[in-house]
Design a protein around this ligand. Sequence first.
Ligand SMILES: C[S@@+](CC[C@H](N)C(=O)[O-])C[C@H]1O[C@@H](n2cnc3c(N)ncnc32)[C@H](O)[C@@H]1O
Length: 225
Amino acid sequence: MTVESPCPPTESPAWTPPGVYEPQYDTWLLTRALHREKVTPGTDVLDLGTGTGALALEAARLGARVTAVDISRRAVLAARVNALLSGQSIRVRRGDLTSAVPGHRFDLVISNPPYVPSPRHGTARGAARAWDAGWDGRLLLDRICGAAATHLRPHGVLLVVHSALCGVEDTLARLSEAGLSAAVTDRALVPFGRVLRSRLAWLRQRGLPTDDMVEELVVVRAVRA
Ligand SMILES: C[S@@+](CC[C@H](N)C(=O)[O-])C[C@H]1O[C@@H](n2cnc3c(N)ncnc32)[C@H](O)[C@@H]1O
């Protein structure tokens, strides 16, 4: 299991417009996990919440046929421009998670979804839509766990990254309920970013660990039987 801090791959997308999530530790940790998968030219990959397209383009570089989805118009534009800049061909769709790919099944689904616990209830707006995910941080994660089996081929794999602050056991339990066999494959301790630092008092009130100002990121790998 990987525990050291992740760093960026050599090939990164060139353009992150304002309001689009800048690839960072979680992106890089998931990139590392992606590189361990058997990706061949026939592999169909779905990237949910693609942002700049960093992960989608990495999968394309490995030879996969990639569909990338994001709810943000700016992210869709960024992913398309970055595909052009890097000379990779990917399909980019705007939509709410898997509603953008109804009826499609994939060999590999990857996602770095919004997972930051937020004092604001409900769906986030504006730039915060890239990280805020409701009171417990699980607004998108639970939906991804629930939809994974429907969108994976038999023996297909889901790779999802998130903070331990929103409950690793919850993710494993949800995936197991959905009929997938799931385990944590990567862990990394990273410093609190700007958003978590601005929520220290609220996180403490909720009893979440903040003393060391670091969070643990995990990659969960789940396989459809
Ligand atoms: C943490 S960012 C990750 C971006 C990129 N995959 C990366 O690793 O750098 C999460 C992304 O999910 C997108 N997103 C948020 N809610 C979504 C939804 N309901 N459906 C699709 N994408 C969504 C955001 O716009 C944002 O681009």
